[in-house]
Design a binder for this molecule. Sequence first.
Ligand code: BES
Ligand code: MN
Ligand code: MN
Length: 463
Amino acid sequence: MQDVKQYIEQNKQRFLDELFALLRIPSISADSAYAGDVKKAAEFVAERMREAGADKVEVCPTPGHPIVYGEKIIDAKLPTVLVYGHYDVQPAVPLDLWDTPPFEPTVKTTAAHPEGAIFARGSADDKGQFYMHIKAFEYMMKTNNLPCNIKMMIEGEEEVGSSNLANFCMQNKAKLKADVVLISDTSMIANNVPSIDTGLRGLSYVEVEVTGPNRDLHSGVYGGAVANPINILAKMIASMHDEDNHITIPGFYDEVMQLSEVERNELNKAPFDMADYKTDLNIADVWGERGYTILERTGIRPTLDVNGIWGGYTGEGSKTVLPSKAYAKISMRLVPNQSSDKITALFQKHFESIAPASVKVVVKPHHGGEPVVTPTDSPAYLAAARAMEITFGKKPIPTRGGGSIPIVAMFEKELGLKSVLMGFGLDSDALHSPNEHYGIFNYLKGIETIPYFFSNYAKAYLG
Ligand code: BES
Ligand code: MN
Ligand code: MN
């Protein structure tokens, strides 16, 4: 039986080259101009799954982008792990802020990654992370070390809300029958401080339109007498946080689960260095809800943030105009037990109520997702914790992730499956930002750790 470390050492260059080939495909799900590339990425993933030894590999079409599915069932008496990931990526814009082209993977070192990191859109989120599972599966197949059944489902619409995957799951409950979901699409604290996310925030996302006069006006002729929708929108947005940076939407916090002092103390035990945090982001101070630490603000508290705002003249030079319309895209991160639909409705009602009579407002809801917490005492969590302990030499710390993976709550609701969020990225990997990267250490460590999850889980399951 060949050791996983040895197998990685022998195949390291190929593992990197294959990931690079996947990273060269610009599978941007949000932009229909890239639909052909999204499909190409799906086929690439399917082919690699087949080569690694999966059966029944299919590229399942959906009304949107396809879902790649493959499995290896070795014994119905053994447990089944459903691996989930996504091969789609966020748009790479603004391109001029990238130091190297987003779809030409380039290795460079960083402070957090002295062994080198792969710079490319999707390297950490999530191509580099789900691809570890295909390579770990390859190892288990080639060396006769697969200790349980595996089903792999890699989708192409995570970054746009996973709406077709939700339908696919509901229509394929028997096919997706499993004991647990294993996902690598989150971060750890640091390369020498392993951690496992035990929760994700939900999301409510809206677009607002504020209309003033029926046409753009001369800002000198009409300015001062007619409401400027951009000024009004800015004021409305500013009013949604109070002096303590609490969100002012009535009822917003009604269902927020309050953690006990013991739970909060536990959460705050995770290492966090305020000075490093500020230095990394080049900020003189942090910001947030009074009474909560940074770890709490990003882990267990809900937020409201403008993601984009536009209107009027933004071209070169100056044009004096009092615009007719202003727009913003606003996200609210949710925590247990908030509901995305309820929060969206509360937002809409409040936004309409604070609009002065001088403007009209329209609130357009986008996709959302529910928050989730995962158990830390389940056989699957313990198998993951033990796997990381073996390969990192340290027990992982349970943490709460600030991001969202809406399908995780859906797996629980529709398939009755809990997930383990064994991610290997770092928060500083610039996910969704220019110069996204993923550590080579992290990529190889993930491939090394995953087979231990499988063996630990199978052992625990069989008693
Ligand atoms: N992988 C991320 C979520 C994530 C990142 C969770 C880091 C925890 C730590 C995922 O691909 C993502 O970006 N999700 C979106 C939501 C989606 C509906 C667009 C998000 O969180 O903004
Ligand atoms: Mn992701
Ligand atoms: Mn993402």
